[in-house]
Design a protein. Sequence first.
Length: 328
Amino acid sequence: MGRAAVLTGIGSAVPDRVVTNDAFAARMDTSDEWIRSRTGIRERRLVEPGTATSDLAVLAGSRAMKSAGVADVDAVVLATTTPDHPCPATAPTVASRLGLGAVAAYDVAAVCSGFLYGLASAAGMIALGTAERVLVIAAEAFSTIIDPDDRATAPIFGDGAGAVVLAAGEQSQRGALLGFDLGSDGALADLIIVPAGGSRMKTGASPSDHFFTMRGQAVFKHAVLRMAESSRTVLARTGWPVDAVDWLVGHQANVRILRAVADQLGLPREKAFVNVERFGNTAAASIPIALDDAVAAGLVNPGDRVLLTAFGGGASWGAVTLEWPDPA
Ligand code: COA
């Protein structure tokens, strides 16, 4: 077994602007009742015009480094669906604004699974000895790709960022990332897509081609199946029976999805941490925001066995296990 990647600090940042379900109901054919009962969401945080993904990423990254008690890292990995620009990557800007010097910095694009792919990428650099310490940030100004008038997507998503510091250590340490499972199925690429703006279709025939679209029901079904399957795989790799899990911190897409994953795993629903009601679906950022929230609330504590899992566009999915670390 090579060197382990150990989580040593966490932080998050969300925009100040709170948008309630009633604010959507006032503008479009929806209701607080529909949004709450179908998704669990009560409100979300949205950026003001002019705020970019890097602005949230810098805040979350600095908080994670403070929590880890470190002033420098060797690399920055940024998981995002909404980079500041189509080119270049946003991570170097974030690294520079954090005053980190000439460190390795790159983006990871795996939509809602991005944080788990970012963890795997960072853990790989640590295992190779390319880096001793990596800042993994997941940040989204997701509302910038959402059609504000589309009731099928606008009420569901939120903006925010979360980050962790990973450091080289021992597999036996609390905080060590113990197991990974990652997967994808490109045959499902059209389930979640922004059709235009890339090399396939630079400029759309209509403005709506530049907005995010989602086949909600199909995504729901695949999300439950893949998150449950990936969780089982990673639990087997880690050698944990399901009842060893203290907390399932899943991608916060929809409270019904999180409950269904818990049910499929045979895990009591109370063990599935949920905060989608306050932040909506913040895509890649949702797991680190949820983790930071759960720790701040005193729910996830040192030594707790935590299972992370996500499903997102691509389609892509993954799961990770760790024992929650002691504070730095
Ligand atoms: N308000 C009111 N009605 C709405 C609505 C809204 N905001 N959005 C959709 N509807 C309507 C639909 O038009 C449809 O009407 P119809 O029956 O007349 O055609 C009806 O509600 C049911 O739509 P449906 O899509 O079947 O609802 P659903 O129960 O599947 O819930 C989602 C929709 C999007 C909440 C749900 O499918 C979901 O959460 N999917 C997964 C999303 C996700 O996790 N994405 C990220 C993963 S990375």
